[in-house]
Write a new protein. Sequence first.
Length: 398
Amino acid sequence: MAVTIAQPGHGRDLAYPLAARTARPEGSVVEIGGVPFGGRELVVIAGPCAVETAEQVHAAAHAVAEAGARVLRGGAFKPRTSPYAFQGLGVEGLHLLAEAGRAAGLPVVTEVLATEDVAVVAEHADALQVGARNVQNFALLKALGRAGRPVLLKRGMSTTIEELLMAAEYVLAHGNPDVILCERGIRSFDPSTRNTLDLAAVPVLAALTHLPVVIDPSHGTGRRDLVAPLSKAAVAAGADGLIIEVHPDPETAWSDGPQSLDPRMFADLMRELAGYAALEGRALAAPRWRDARPRSWSTPVGAYRDQIDEVDDQILALLEHRAELGQRLGRIKVAAGQPLRVPEREQDVIDRAAAAAAGPGGLGPDAVVRVFRAIVSETRAVQEDRLEVPSAGLGVAG
Ligand code: PEP
Ligand code: MN
């Protein structure tokens, strides 16, 4: 039940009239440094929990940018449960984050802890994050109404959805229309995960508000092994974006190492997410090495070409993933002194694909056999090349 406040004659009885879906039934698009949240694109924000050193944040920025993240995150002012834990580099951290973002070509988002820091954080960051512990810091929310920067507002660990919306309303009512909501896990009785990620919040919020919603599976679970499955589930639930902690070397992270992905895990996740995004009718930014031609949805032919380009991006991502698996398999075989090439296995891969393609539609088994022969032989060529072993009699079918 919505909380009501008496506003006689005003005609609006919700406690959050500006945030309510009815204020903008078509939904809002909120941009961080030109990157749109709430549109067709599924946007991924990634980076370390905290800015630690110039090298660390640069490495993280480049890794996440290359994998297709569109915004860099990193805490300079850290809300730590213990006053003796690393509190962040403060203003120096803001400088390092902004530099890393510029170098990697990404806008940046970082947390503002205190009202008196709003101006300096707004000077260096493209968006200001309100942490879970500050979601009902009304003085801070009011100040953010005048910050001139978009706000990433995190739900608190015991904040109801309605309270979250009223917190957003503070920012909106004080002059700032650019608010993105973030579900990052709520406190429950179960210590298996750091928090309980409330994915139901995504469709619930979609019904109640026009504001974009992103999911934080890192703080939502506290466990790096759960980041990928919960990211996929968030996409399926309709999230507009994700915010994911990525550290160049999570084992040495100064904060939240156990929930941080390393660059390879993050790149693998981004590849996988492309398919999930496509299922939801959303586009995920392609990794940097792919060309970024302007989209041409304005004509029917252009729309189909764009969709075909997206499918091609996914095929390329899968081919890359397959080649990488071939490399890993190859290294194990070389270490064990086993032959790389197993012709029966190659034939099995091709037969399997042909059988799977036997149904109506698609290319048909003969064409699929030709495509898979090429995939198998090209994977083998790359493997021989990169593993630097004599080419005669080598190979991998995958
Ligand atoms: C963070 O994202 O850096 C953070 C501290 O998260 P939360 O406020 O959700 O705990
Ligand atoms: Mn963190």
